[in-house]
Design a protein around this ligand. Structure first.
Ligand code: G1P
Length: 297
């Protein structure tokens, strides 16, 4: 099997209830970190890793996502006339080549595994990536690129992994470690959202995956798991039971949980401070805020 990964699935069908009322009319993937929507960070990461085909698993109410990746001729003309070439370039970066992007509907919210399975016909018989847009990862080399490079050596299935505090393990897929090789871990088992006293470790799955088509076959067979949903974690764990390799990859970078309000705010601060055009003004403001908070205590 070839070890070049050119297709990625973006499961974007979730309701985003944690961000209501904002997500009543705006898909959560369009929510903005500084001036770019979450989905743009995911797409840029995928492009940097050599992904050429982008498969979105959507649901009702996600029309704004399709428009976001379409050309905007009126806007482009207006910017051109005004000579705003930097903005024009930014805008063009959001356009997708015709045929590079596909949208598949997940008609019922049956879980992450089911969402990935909905894209099975577009994947056919090749390895593919899955990117969860809630997990935003700031890294010098994009997380998925780090993984595709490692995967070229290992094959098998690979999940991004990170140590989390023991009292948070029940929010994640958790790895049972067979062999810890540092950046790479070979995996003996995986459990979705275990109780904190039953978790096999505190090495959690973060939303980047490189998977073989076997996982899609497993998804056709497996039953509902944690939370009554079809879990991607369970379909990957099946691979281990079949004697095939699964690896955890400790990526280099900082991960933000933009599926939670606190994580989203932290990402906003970090990405704001990382911007040359905002850093001075923003850090002055933050320093003043902290001083004021301290004085008020
Ligand atoms: C999903 C996966 C879980 C993984 C997590 C990472 O859970 O099911 O295994 O650890 O993403 O963010 P969710 O956060 O969608 O409940």
């Amino acid at each position: 099997m070839k070890r070049r990964v050119t297709k990625a699935i973006f499961p974007v069908a979730g309701l985003g209830t944690r961000f209501l009322p904002a997500t009543k009319s705006v898909p959560k993937e369009i929510m903005t970190l500084v001036d770019r929507p979450l989905i743009q960070y995911a797409i840029d990461e995928a492009r940097a890793a050599g992904i050429k085909e982008f498969i979105f698993v959507t649901s009702r109410g996600k029309g704004a996502l399709e428009d976001y990746f379409d050309t905007a001729p009126e806007l482009e003309n207006a910017l051109r006339k005004k000579g705003k070439s930097a903005l024009l370039k930014e805008l063009k970066n959001t356009n997708m080549e015709s045929g590079a992007i596909a949208y598949i509907r997940q008609h019922r919210a049956l879980g992450l595994g089911h969402a990935v399975w909905c894209a099975r016909r577009l994947i056919a018989n090749e390895p593919f990536a899955v990117i969860l847009t809630d997990d935003v990862i700031a890294a010098e080399t994009s997380c998925l690129q780090q993984m595709t490079e490692a995967y070229a050596e290992t094959g098998g299935c690979m999940v991004a992994a990170m140590e989390v505090p023991q009292d948070k393990v029940s929010s994640y897929g958790v790895l049972d470690i067979k062999d810890d090789m540092g950046a790479m871990v070979s995996v003996a088992g995986m459990v979705e959202k275990p109780d904190k006293d039953k978790a096999p470790s505190n090495l959690a799955v973060i939303g980047r995956y490189i998977l073989t088509p076997h996982v899609l076959q497993n998804l056709s067979r497996i039953k509902q798991g944690s939370g009554g949903e079809i879990q991607l974690t369970d379909a990957i764990a099946e691979e281990i039971k079949c004697g095939r390799d699964v690896f955890g990859f400790r990526f280099r970078g900082q991960r933000f949980d933009c599926g939670s309000k606190a994580g989203f705010l932290q990402a906003t601060v970090a990405f704001g401070l990382a911007r040359d055009d905002l850093r001075d003004e923003f850090s002055t403001y933050l320093t003043e805020m902290v001083a004021l908070q301290k004085a008020a205590q």
